[in-house]
Design a protein around this ligand. Structure first.
Ligand code: CTP
Length: 403
Protein backbone atom coordinates (compact mmCIF):
# COMPACT_ATOMS: atom_id res chain seq x y z
CA UNK A 1 0.00 0.00 0.00
CA UNK A 2 1.10 3.58 -0.50
CA UNK A 3 2.39 5.26 2.60
CA UNK A 4 1.93 8.96 3.34
CA UNK A 5 5.35 9.97 2.05
CA UNK A 6 5.54 7.66 -0.92
CA UNK A 7 5.39 10.52 -3.42
CA UNK A 8 7.89 12.84 -1.70
CA UNK A 9 11.04 13.38 -3.79
CA UNK A 10 13.84 15.94 -3.60
CA UNK A 11 15.45 17.59 -6.62
CA UNK A 12 18.84 19.14 -5.89
CA UNK A 13 19.95 21.76 -8.41
CA UNK A 14 23.56 22.89 -8.65
CA UNK A 15 24.95 25.95 -10.42
CA UNK A 16 25.49 24.83 -13.99
CA UNK A 17 24.07 26.68 -16.96
CA UNK A 18 21.77 23.66 -17.50
CA UNK A 19 19.92 24.62 -14.29
CA UNK A 20 17.20 26.15 -16.47
CA UNK A 21 16.47 22.70 -17.90
CA UNK A 22 15.85 21.41 -14.37
CA UNK A 23 12.77 23.65 -14.27
CA UNK A 24 11.24 21.41 -16.91
CA UNK A 25 12.32 18.28 -15.01
CA UNK A 26 10.54 19.54 -11.88
CA UNK A 27 7.46 20.48 -13.91
CA UNK A 28 7.29 17.03 -15.55
CA UNK A 29 7.78 15.23 -12.22
CA UNK A 30 5.00 17.32 -10.66
CA UNK A 31 2.72 16.39 -13.56
CA UNK A 32 3.08 12.72 -12.64
CA UNK A 33 1.65 13.51 -9.20
CA UNK A 34 4.91 13.50 -7.23
CA UNK A 35 5.40 15.85 -4.31
CA UNK A 36 8.61 17.59 -5.41
CA UNK A 37 10.86 19.63 -3.11
CA UNK A 38 13.67 21.63 -4.73
CA UNK A 39 17.00 22.38 -3.03
CA UNK A 40 19.05 24.75 -5.21
CA UNK A 41 22.61 25.79 -4.37
CA UNK A 42 23.40 29.51 -4.05
CA UNK A 43 25.02 29.33 -7.50
CA UNK A 44 21.95 27.62 -8.99
CA UNK A 45 19.94 30.62 -7.82
CA UNK A 46 22.18 32.84 -9.93
CA UNK A 47 20.88 30.90 -12.95
CA UNK A 48 17.22 30.47 -11.91
CA UNK A 49 15.68 32.39 -9.01
CA UNK A 50 13.94 30.98 -5.93
CA UNK A 51 10.56 32.30 -7.08
CA UNK A 52 10.68 30.03 -10.16
CA UNK A 53 11.55 26.93 -8.10
CA UNK A 54 8.82 27.74 -5.61
CA UNK A 55 6.27 28.29 -8.38
CA UNK A 56 7.04 25.04 -10.21
CA UNK A 57 7.37 22.87 -7.10
CA UNK A 58 4.65 24.51 -4.99
CA UNK A 59 6.99 24.47 -1.95
CA UNK A 60 9.39 26.97 -0.35
CA UNK A 61 13.06 26.50 -1.18
CA UNK A 62 15.86 26.56 1.38
CA UNK A 63 19.48 27.17 0.38
CA UNK A 64 21.04 27.65 3.77
CA UNK A 65 21.06 24.84 6.38
CA UNK A 66 20.33 27.55 8.95
CA UNK A 67 17.02 28.33 7.16
CA UNK A 68 14.31 26.40 8.96
CA UNK A 69 16.96 25.35 11.51
CA UNK A 70 14.28 24.76 14.15
CA UNK A 71 12.90 21.89 12.04
CA UNK A 72 16.38 20.72 10.94
CA UNK A 73 15.07 21.12 7.40
CA UNK A 74 17.99 19.40 5.64
CA UNK A 75 17.58 16.22 7.70
CA UNK A 76 13.80 16.31 7.36
CA UNK A 77 13.87 16.82 3.59
CA UNK A 78 16.56 14.19 3.03
CA UNK A 79 15.16 11.54 5.32
CA UNK A 80 11.55 11.87 4.12
CA UNK A 81 12.52 11.62 0.46
CA UNK A 82 11.67 8.47 -1.41
CA UNK A 83 14.36 9.28 -3.97
CA UNK A 84 16.78 12.11 -4.64
CA UNK A 85 17.58 13.59 -8.06
CA UNK A 86 20.55 15.87 -8.61
CA UNK A 87 20.05 17.86 -11.83
CA UNK A 88 22.26 19.30 -13.14
CA UNK A 89 25.16 17.97 -11.10
CA UNK A 90 28.33 20.02 -11.58
CA UNK A 91 31.85 18.63 -11.14
CA UNK A 92 31.98 20.51 -7.83
CA UNK A 93 28.83 18.96 -6.36
CA UNK A 94 29.87 15.49 -7.59
CA UNK A 95 33.22 16.02 -5.85
CA UNK A 96 31.48 17.00 -2.62
CA UNK A 97 29.17 14.00 -2.79
CA UNK A 98 32.06 11.61 -3.41
CA UNK A 99 33.99 13.01 -0.45
CA UNK A 100 31.16 13.53 2.03
CA UNK A 101 31.58 17.30 2.14
CA UNK A 102 28.56 19.08 3.62
CA UNK A 103 28.95 22.83 3.49
CA UNK A 104 25.59 24.05 2.19
CA UNK A 105 21.92 23.06 2.14
CA UNK A 106 22.16 20.78 -0.89
CA UNK A 107 25.23 18.85 0.27
CA UNK A 108 23.88 18.48 3.83
CA UNK A 109 20.48 17.31 2.52
CA UNK A 110 21.97 14.75 0.17
CA UNK A 111 24.21 13.46 2.96
CA UNK A 112 21.15 13.06 5.24
CA UNK A 113 19.28 11.13 2.56
CA UNK A 114 18.99 7.38 3.03
CA UNK A 115 16.99 6.90 -0.18
CA UNK A 116 18.30 6.05 -3.67
CA UNK A 117 20.09 8.93 -5.40
CA UNK A 118 20.20 9.67 -9.13
CA UNK A 119 22.71 12.12 -10.57
CA UNK A 120 22.35 13.91 -13.93
CA UNK A 121 25.76 15.50 -14.58
CA UNK A 122 26.37 18.44 -16.91
CA UNK A 123 29.75 20.04 -17.47
CA UNK A 124 32.30 20.87 -20.14
CA UNK A 125 33.71 17.70 -21.73
CA UNK A 126 37.25 18.51 -20.53
CA UNK A 127 35.96 18.54 -16.95
CA UNK A 128 33.97 15.35 -17.48
CA UNK A 129 37.07 13.52 -18.71
CA UNK A 130 39.33 14.91 -15.98
CA UNK A 131 40.77 12.03 -13.90
CA UNK A 132 39.60 13.61 -10.62
CA UNK A 133 35.99 13.73 -11.84
CA UNK A 134 36.23 10.23 -13.34
CA UNK A 135 37.53 8.93 -10.05
CA UNK A 136 34.71 10.61 -8.10
CA UNK A 137 32.10 9.18 -10.47
CA UNK A 138 33.44 5.65 -10.21
CA UNK A 139 33.42 5.87 -6.40
CA UNK A 140 29.83 7.08 -6.42
CA UNK A 141 28.79 4.30 -8.80
CA UNK A 142 30.38 1.77 -6.47
CA UNK A 143 28.26 3.21 -3.66
CA UNK A 144 25.12 2.51 -5.69
CA UNK A 145 24.44 6.06 -6.89
CA UNK A 146 22.58 6.02 -10.22
CA UNK A 147 23.66 8.13 -13.18
CA UNK A 148 21.75 9.44 -16.17
CA UNK A 149 23.89 11.07 -18.88
CA UNK A 150 25.72 13.18 -19.69
CA UNK A 151 25.23 12.92 -23.43
CA UNK A 152 27.28 14.14 -26.38
CA UNK A 153 26.27 17.32 -28.15
CA UNK A 154 26.71 21.03 -28.36
CA UNK A 155 28.06 22.59 -25.17
CA UNK A 156 27.55 26.14 -23.88
CA UNK A 157 31.20 26.96 -24.64
CA UNK A 158 30.37 26.62 -28.35
CA UNK A 159 32.30 23.39 -28.95
CA UNK A 160 30.81 19.96 -28.63
CA UNK A 161 31.53 16.67 -26.92
CA UNK A 162 30.32 14.59 -24.00
CA UNK A 163 29.09 16.61 -21.03
CA UNK A 164 25.68 17.88 -22.09
CA UNK A 165 22.78 17.28 -19.68
CA UNK A 166 20.49 14.42 -20.78
CA UNK A 167 17.11 15.63 -22.07
CA UNK A 168 14.58 16.44 -19.29
CA UNK A 169 12.13 13.78 -20.53
CA UNK A 170 14.87 11.14 -20.48
CA UNK A 171 15.90 12.16 -16.94
CA UNK A 172 12.28 12.00 -15.76
CA UNK A 173 11.73 8.57 -17.32
CA UNK A 174 14.88 7.15 -15.66
CA UNK A 175 13.98 8.66 -12.33
CA UNK A 176 10.44 7.27 -12.51
CA UNK A 177 11.77 3.80 -13.28
CA UNK A 178 14.06 4.10 -10.28
CA UNK A 179 11.04 5.01 -8.15
CA UNK A 180 8.96 2.20 -9.57
CA UNK A 181 11.66 -0.34 -8.85
CA UNK A 182 11.23 0.47 -5.14
CA UNK A 183 7.55 -0.21 -4.80
CA UNK A 184 5.67 -3.32 -3.73
CA UNK A 185 2.66 -1.88 -5.50
CA UNK A 186 4.47 -1.67 -8.81
CA UNK A 187 2.53 -2.22 -12.03
CA UNK A 188 5.69 -2.72 -14.04
CA UNK A 189 5.10 -4.77 -17.14
CA UNK A 190 1.31 -4.31 -16.99
CA UNK A 191 -0.80 -2.62 -19.64
CA UNK A 192 -3.48 -0.57 -17.94
CA UNK A 193 -6.34 0.92 -19.94
CA UNK A 194 -8.28 3.72 -18.27
CA UNK A 195 -11.40 5.29 -19.74
CA UNK A 196 -12.13 8.82 -18.52
CA UNK A 197 -14.72 11.49 -19.23
CA UNK A 198 -18.32 11.32 -20.35
CA UNK A 199 -19.81 10.17 -23.64
CA UNK A 200 -21.61 12.64 -25.92
CA UNK A 201 -24.41 11.21 -28.00
CA UNK A 202 -25.08 13.46 -31.01
CA UNK A 203 -28.53 14.66 -31.88
CA UNK A 204 -27.54 16.86 -34.80
CA UNK A 205 -24.29 18.67 -35.77
CA UNK A 206 -24.63 21.14 -32.86
CA UNK A 207 -26.28 19.21 -30.00
CA UNK A 208 -25.60 16.13 -27.93
CA UNK A 209 -26.88 14.25 -24.90
CA UNK A 210 -24.14 14.18 -22.28
CA UNK A 211 -23.31 14.16 -18.59
CA UNK A 212 -21.29 16.23 -16.14
CA UNK A 213 -18.26 13.94 -15.91
CA UNK A 214 -15.04 15.99 -16.39
CA UNK A 215 -12.76 12.93 -16.47
CA UNK A 216 -10.62 14.22 -13.58
CA UNK A 217 -10.77 11.02 -11.50
CA UNK A 218 -9.88 8.85 -14.50
CA UNK A 219 -7.00 11.14 -15.48
CA UNK A 220 -5.62 10.89 -11.95
CA UNK A 221 -5.95 7.09 -12.09
CA UNK A 222 -4.05 7.03 -15.39
CA UNK A 223 -1.35 9.22 -13.84
CA UNK A 224 -1.07 7.00 -10.75
CA UNK A 225 -0.87 3.86 -12.91
CA UNK A 226 1.92 5.43 -14.98
CA UNK A 227 3.72 6.38 -11.80
CA UNK A 228 3.41 2.79 -10.61
CA UNK A 229 5.30 1.68 -13.71
CA UNK A 230 2.47 0.54 -16.00
CA UNK A 231 2.17 1.15 -19.69
CA UNK A 232 -1.01 3.21 -19.73
CA UNK A 233 -3.54 3.81 -22.47
CA UNK A 234 -5.97 6.55 -21.58
CA UNK A 235 -9.19 6.56 -23.57
CA UNK A 236 -10.11 10.24 -23.71
CA UNK A 237 -13.90 10.41 -23.71
CA UNK A 238 -14.38 14.18 -24.19
CA UNK A 239 -11.96 15.03 -21.36
CA UNK A 240 -12.32 18.46 -19.77
CA UNK A 241 -8.97 18.24 -17.97
CA UNK A 242 -5.50 17.74 -19.48
CA UNK A 243 -4.17 14.20 -19.91
CA UNK A 244 -1.06 13.28 -17.89
CA UNK A 245 2.38 12.98 -19.44
CA UNK A 246 3.67 9.59 -20.53
CA UNK A 247 0.40 7.83 -21.43
CA UNK A 248 -0.87 6.66 -24.83
CA UNK A 249 -4.00 8.53 -25.82
CA UNK A 250 -6.96 7.21 -27.80
CA UNK A 251 -10.13 9.22 -28.35
CA UNK A 252 -13.75 8.10 -28.25
CA UNK A 253 -16.75 10.42 -28.24
CA UNK A 254 -19.80 8.18 -28.09
CA UNK A 255 -20.65 4.93 -26.32
CA UNK A 256 -20.41 3.03 -29.62
CA UNK A 257 -16.99 4.51 -30.37
CA UNK A 258 -15.84 3.64 -26.84
CA UNK A 259 -17.07 0.08 -27.29
CA UNK A 260 -15.13 -0.27 -30.52
CA UNK A 261 -11.93 1.14 -28.97
CA UNK A 262 -12.20 -1.25 -26.01
CA UNK A 263 -12.97 -4.25 -28.19
CA UNK A 264 -9.71 -3.51 -30.02
CA UNK A 265 -7.70 -3.03 -26.82
CA UNK A 266 -9.18 -5.85 -24.75
CA UNK A 267 -6.93 -8.64 -25.98
CA UNK A 268 -3.74 -6.78 -25.00
CA UNK A 269 -4.69 -5.23 -21.69
CA UNK A 270 -4.00 -6.53 -18.18
CA UNK A 271 -6.17 -4.09 -16.26
CA UNK A 272 -9.20 -2.09 -17.41
CA UNK A 273 -10.36 0.79 -15.23
CA UNK A 274 -13.73 1.93 -16.54
CA UNK A 275 -14.07 5.38 -15.05
CA UNK A 276 -15.94 6.90 -18.02
CA UNK A 277 -19.57 7.85 -17.54
CA UNK A 278 -21.36 6.17 -20.44
CA UNK A 279 -24.77 7.29 -21.71
CA UNK A 280 -27.24 4.44 -21.40
CA UNK A 281 -29.29 5.75 -24.35
CA UNK A 282 -28.57 7.63 -27.58
CA UNK A 283 -30.85 9.45 -30.03
CA UNK A 284 -32.35 6.97 -32.50
CA UNK A 285 -31.74 9.36 -35.39
CA UNK A 286 -28.80 11.72 -35.75
CA UNK A 287 -29.83 14.58 -38.03
CA UNK A 288 -27.40 15.76 -40.73
CA UNK A 289 -28.41 19.38 -40.28
CA UNK A 290 -29.48 21.42 -37.28
CA UNK A 291 -32.89 20.43 -35.95
CA UNK A 292 -35.27 23.39 -36.09
CA UNK A 293 -37.36 24.55 -33.18
CA UNK A 294 -39.92 25.95 -35.64
CA UNK A 295 -40.45 22.51 -37.14
CA UNK A 296 -41.08 21.03 -33.67
CA UNK A 297 -38.17 18.60 -34.02
CA UNK A 298 -36.96 18.96 -30.48
CA UNK A 299 -39.99 18.51 -28.25
CA UNK A 300 -39.62 14.73 -28.35
CA UNK A 301 -36.47 12.74 -28.93
CA UNK A 302 -36.68 9.04 -29.58
CA UNK A 303 -33.88 7.13 -27.81
CA UNK A 304 -32.39 3.69 -28.27
CA UNK A 305 -30.41 1.78 -25.69
CA UNK A 306 -26.62 1.76 -25.81
CA UNK A 307 -24.76 -1.48 -25.12
CA UNK A 308 -23.50 -1.92 -21.57
CA UNK A 309 -19.84 -2.00 -22.57
CA UNK A 310 -18.42 -3.21 -19.26
CA UNK A 311 -21.06 -5.93 -18.87
CA UNK A 312 -20.20 -7.10 -22.41
CA UNK A 313 -16.48 -7.28 -21.64
CA UNK A 314 -17.23 -8.94 -18.29
CA UNK A 315 -18.73 -11.90 -20.17
CA UNK A 316 -15.58 -12.53 -22.24
CA UNK A 317 -12.90 -15.00 -21.12
CA UNK A 318 -10.47 -12.82 -19.24
CA UNK A 319 -7.69 -15.08 -17.86
CA UNK A 320 -5.73 -12.86 -15.47
CA UNK A 321 -7.20 -9.56 -16.60
CA UNK A 322 -8.60 -7.36 -13.86
CA UNK A 323 -11.80 -5.45 -14.63
CA UNK A 324 -12.48 -2.39 -12.50
CA UNK A 325 -15.85 -0.67 -12.75
CA UNK A 326 -17.15 2.53 -11.26
CA UNK A 327 -20.60 3.03 -9.85
CA UNK A 328 -21.81 6.61 -9.97
CA UNK A 329 -24.84 6.82 -7.69
CA UNK A 330 -26.75 9.78 -6.36
CA UNK A 331 -27.85 7.50 -3.53
CA UNK A 332 -25.53 7.52 -0.52
CA UNK A 333 -25.03 5.22 2.47
CA UNK A 334 -26.31 1.66 2.50
CA UNK A 335 -28.60 2.17 -0.50
CA UNK A 336 -25.67 3.41 -2.63
CA UNK A 337 -23.62 0.37 -1.60
CA UNK A 338 -26.54 -1.96 -2.47
CA UNK A 339 -26.78 -0.41 -5.98
CA UNK A 340 -23.01 -0.82 -6.34
CA UNK A 341 -23.22 -4.52 -5.32
CA UNK A 342 -25.89 -5.05 -7.99
CA UNK A 343 -23.51 -3.64 -10.59
CA UNK A 344 -20.76 -6.09 -9.53
CA UNK A 345 -23.10 -8.95 -10.46
CA UNK A 346 -24.38 -7.34 -13.67
CA UNK A 347 -20.92 -6.42 -14.94
CA UNK A 348 -18.81 -9.23 -13.38
CA UNK A 349 -16.16 -6.80 -12.17
CA UNK A 350 -13.21 -7.86 -10.01
CA UNK A 351 -13.20 -4.49 -8.27
CA UNK A 352 -15.93 -1.85 -8.20
CA UNK A 353 -15.38 1.70 -7.00
CA UNK A 354 -18.56 3.28 -5.73
CA UNK A 355 -18.75 7.05 -5.52
CA UNK A 356 -21.63 9.33 -4.81
CA UNK A 357 -22.31 11.92 -7.51
CA UNK A 358 -24.56 14.94 -8.02
CA UNK A 359 -25.35 18.00 -5.93
CA UNK A 360 -21.70 19.15 -5.73
CA UNK A 361 -20.33 15.62 -5.26
CA UNK A 362 -18.13 13.55 -7.57
CA UNK A 363 -18.46 14.86 -11.14
CA UNK A 364 -16.18 17.83 -11.88
CA UNK A 365 -15.06 18.21 -8.26
CA UNK A 366 -11.43 18.10 -7.07
CA UNK A 367 -12.26 15.86 -4.11
CA UNK A 368 -14.19 12.62 -3.93
CA UNK A 369 -15.37 9.92 -1.55
CA UNK A 370 -14.93 6.32 -2.67
CA UNK A 371 -15.73 2.89 -1.40
CA UNK A 372 -13.76 0.09 -3.08
CA UNK A 373 -15.58 -3.27 -3.24
CA UNK A 374 -14.26 -6.65 -4.34
CA UNK A 375 -16.14 -9.18 -6.50
CA UNK A 376 -18.01 -10.52 -3.44
CA UNK A 377 -19.25 -7.03 -2.64
CA UNK A 378 -17.07 -6.82 0.48
CA UNK A 379 -15.67 -3.39 1.25
CA UNK A 380 -11.89 -3.40 0.72
CA UNK A 381 -11.40 0.23 1.75
CA UNK A 382 -13.41 3.45 2.07
CA UNK A 383 -11.80 6.90 1.91
CA UNK A 384 -12.27 10.61 1.16
CA UNK A 385 -9.72 13.04 -0.23
CA UNK A 386 -8.36 14.65 -3.35
CA UNK A 387 -8.97 12.73 -6.56
CA UNK A 388 -5.19 12.48 -6.92
CA UNK A 389 -4.78 10.77 -3.53
CA UNK A 390 -7.77 8.50 -4.14
CA UNK A 391 -6.32 7.54 -7.50
CA UNK A 392 -3.15 6.34 -5.77
CA UNK A 393 -5.28 4.42 -3.28
CA UNK A 394 -7.30 2.79 -6.08
CA UNK A 395 -4.14 1.91 -8.03
CA UNK A 396 -2.38 0.46 -4.97
CA UNK A 397 -5.43 -1.72 -4.27
CA UNK A 398 -5.52 -2.88 -7.88
CA UNK A 399 -1.76 -3.66 -7.81
CA UNK A 400 -2.13 -5.69 -4.61
CA UNK A 401 -5.29 -7.43 -5.85
CA UNK A 402 -5.08 -11.20 -6.15
CA UNK A 403 -7.85 -13.07 -7.86
N1 CTP B 1 -20.88 1.41 -18.18
C1 CTP B 1 -20.63 0.84 -19.42
N2 CTP B 1 -21.58 0.94 -20.40
C2 CTP B 1 -22.74 1.58 -20.20
C3 CTP B 1 -22.98 2.17 -18.93
C4 CTP B 1 -22.04 2.06 -17.95
O1 CTP B 1 -19.59 0.23 -19.62
N3 CTP B 1 -23.62 1.67 -21.18
C5 CTP B 1 -19.86 1.25 -17.14
C6 CTP B 1 -19.32 2.55 -16.55
O2 CTP B 1 -18.15 2.97 -17.22
C7 CTP B 1 -19.04 2.20 -15.11
C8 CTP B 1 -20.08 1.14 -14.79
O3 CTP B 1 -20.50 0.60 -16.05
O4 CTP B 1 -17.77 1.63 -14.94
C9 CTP B 1 -21.28 1.66 -14.05
O5 CTP B 1 -21.80 2.81 -14.69
P1 CTP B 1 -23.02 3.63 -14.05
O6 CTP B 1 -23.29 4.80 -14.93
O7 CTP B 1 -22.74 3.87 -12.60
O8 CTP B 1 -24.19 2.57 -14.07
P2 CTP B 1 -25.15 2.03 -15.20
O9 CTP B 1 -24.72 0.66 -15.56
O10 CTP B 1 -25.27 3.01 -16.30
O11 CTP B 1 -26.52 1.90 -14.40
P3 CTP B 1 -27.50 3.06 -13.85
O12 CTP B 1 -27.46 4.15 -14.88
O13 CTP B 1 -28.81 2.37 -13.75
O14 CTP B 1 -26.97 3.49 -12.51
Amino acid sequence: MLSGDSSHVVVGVSGGIAAYKAVNVVRLLKKTGLDVWVVPTANALRMVGAATWEAVSGHPVYTDPFDGAEDVAHVLLGSKAKAFLLVPATANVIGKLANGIADDMLSTTVLSATCPIMVAPAMHHQMWTNPAVKDNISRLKKRGIHFIGPVSGELTSGDSGIGRLAEPEEIVDSFLSLLNSLDDYSLRGKHVVVTAGGTREPLDPVRFLGNYSSGRQGVEIARAAYLAGAEVTLVDVNLEVPAPAGVNLVKAHTALELQEVLNNLFQDLDILVMTAAVADYRPAIVADSKLKKSQNHLSQIELIENPDILAGLGKLPRENKILVGFAAETAGGQLGIEYARKKILEKQTDILVYNQVGHGRGFGEVTNHVCILDSDGSIMVESSGSKQDLAKLIISNIACFKK
